[in-house]
Design a protein around this ligand. Structure first.
Ligand SMILES: [Ca+2]
Length: 431
């Protein structure tokens, strides 16, 4: 019994050392972008980020399993030694044949036997318990193996087959809706300026309007502190049921807003932590090419009840506040590419990518704060207002709960009444 136990434990130890080494060897410390965003599946960075969050726990689990197994192996060895010792003693007693001492010895042997029997019972109980531990570990390993197999299988399947992508395609979501698509979801679009089609979430309403969504915040599940390349390519996840957060990518936003001569409206929808919803529209919204640092321009504020935060805000601290927090005409900045109008680096200090001035009155890629209200202390190292801000609605120390940025041709915005275009949030913002 004991040797087989040892073998099992040894085998497990071997297996664990092996798999543990495997997992650690595969750690991806650095995320490199090498595939297209927009196949619903996460980008390479997304996968790396996801795996990173689990590596530590798995490593810890494996370490503790290893330690457990080592203890088991040690205990088993101890039991074996005791048994050997007992056997030797018994043999020694049997060999003793002197009749005078025989009686005394018999008594002492009897005592020994009783004592050894107790020891044996205790050892057997211990062995039984250890066996239980081993079989429970075996079960856990089998479960893990099954999970790993399932994961591998899932990874081998092409992403397209596991998520509902609508068959209609077009130059943007309005084009898709014009071709008869009536359901909101994932569609491939190819603006005239784009060399490749890419996936977008289209919000299609009952008036036949198709909004192309370029940014979505809803629960803080995605970190928007990203570099220039990530903002260029896009990051986060697209989902067919609008349940995930993402930045579509400056290159795609550039293509979507500059491919036609027809004006595009940017609609911004905001939800606060009491479930109130407001919106703001900007007409003739354009994002320039990378060579011009994805400069954002618009013609004019086209209405809404959230106020015109893109026009800057007078915070009452300096007469030039409004001028230096206006966003029209600003280039895009990230922590690794400072294109702002400030001596320092707005994007670095506020941890986002945005059309920074010096720095902002609107900041929809800001840090997510659960509950909304935050302070200079919460803002970390720099202590500046770095939340999700639309200052003409809530002040800069209030971070919004949900945001949507989406595009639609001007010709379609007023269909069904201007207000009617505001998304019925379908319970997203409601507690
Ligand atoms: Ca600067």
């Amino acid at each position: 019994m004991a040797p087989s136990l040892l073998t099992t434990a040894g085998g497990l130890l071997l297996l664990f050392s092996f798999s543990s080494a495997q997992i650690r060897g595969d750690n991806i410390q650095e995320c490199r972008l090498n595939d297209g965003f927009g196949k619903y599946c996460p980008t390479t960075c997304g996968v790396a980020d996801y795996m990173q969050t689990y590596t530590e726990t798995v490593d810890r689990d494996l370490d503790s399993l290893l330690r457990e197994l080592e203890t088991i192996a040690n205990l088993t060895r101890g039991a074996e030694e005791t048994i050997t010792y007992m056997k030797d003693t018994a043999v020694a007693h049997q060999k003793s044949s002197d009749p005078d001492v025989h009686f005394k010895k018999s008594t002492s042997i009897l005592d020994d036997v009783v004592r050894f029997q107790k020891t044996i019972t205790a050892q057997e109980r211990q062995i039984f318990e250890l066996q239980n531990v081993i079989s429970s570990n075996d079960r856990r390993m089998a479960d893990l193996k099954q999970l790993s197999n399932q994961l591998q299988q899932k990874c081998n399947e092409p992403c397209r087959d596991t998520v509902g992508i609508q068959p209609t395609t077009g130059t943007d979501c309005q084009d898709v809706a014009n071709k008869g698509a009536t359901t909101s979801g994932l569609y491939y679009v190819k603006p005239i300026k784009s060399t490749e089609q890419f996936l977008v979430y289209c919000e299609i309403d009952s008036f036949g309007r198709g909004f192309t969504v370029i940014q979505r915040r809803r629960d803080g599940s995605l970190d928007f502190h990203k570099n220039w390349v990530q903002y260029k390519e896009g990051f986060g996840y697209l989902s067919p049921d609008d349940t995930t957060e993402f930045w579509l990518g400056n290159e795609k936003i550039h293509a979507l807003t500059t491919s036609t001569n027809f004006p595009t409206v940017l609609r911004i929808e905001l939800v606060d932590w009491d479930g109130n919803k407001r919106y703001a529209d900007y007409n003739m919204f354009r994002v320039g090419p990378e060579i011009d640092m994805y400069r954002m321009t618009y013609g004019f504020y086209f209405g809404g009840d959230a106020g015109d935060a893109f026009d800057g805000f007078d915070f009452g601290e300096d007469p030039s506040d409004k001028f230096y927090t206006a966003h029209n005409g600003m280039q895009f900045s990230t922590f690794d590419k400072d294109n702002d109008k400030y001596d320092g680096n707005c994007a670095q200090q506020d941890g986002s990518g945005w059309w920074m001035n010096r720095c902002h009155a609107a900041h929809l890629n800001g840090k997510y704060y659960q509950g909304g209200r935050y302070t200079e202390k919460d803002a970390g190292e720099y202590g500046f207002d770095n939340g999700i801000i639309w200052v003409t609605w809530h002040n800069r120390w209030y971070s919004l709960k949900e945001t949507t940025m989406k595009l639609i041709p001007l010709s379609r915005i007023t269909t069904g009444g201007q207000q009617a275009g505001v998304k019925q949030f379908g319970g997203l913002g409601d507690a």
